[in-house]
Design a protein. Structure first.
Length: 71
């Protein structure tokens, strides 16, 4: 099995937002970086805002990092 970042921000959905998974578990539908940080904080990552651009921890799929939230 190929290595995968523990946090995945999936491609933008047709209705807007991006599904977020942490270690394979869906934690929510982010409509902004602020939503994403809150989901990660709830998952136990207190400094989530500092981790969003770390490719070892976060994989952004289907659109660039910090983009693609709007429908």
């Amino acid at each position: 099995m190929a290595w995968q970042a523990p946090i995945v921000v999936h491609p933008p959905s047709p209705g807007g937002g991006r599904r977020v998974t942490v270690r394979g578990e869906i934690v929510g539908l982010a409509r902004s970086d602020r939503d994403l940080v809150e989901f990660l904080r709830r998952a136990g990552l207190e400094d989530a805002d500092m981790l969003l651009d770390d490719p070892h921890l976060v994989e952004w799929r289907g659109a660039g990092a910090h983009h693609g939230y709007a429908a």
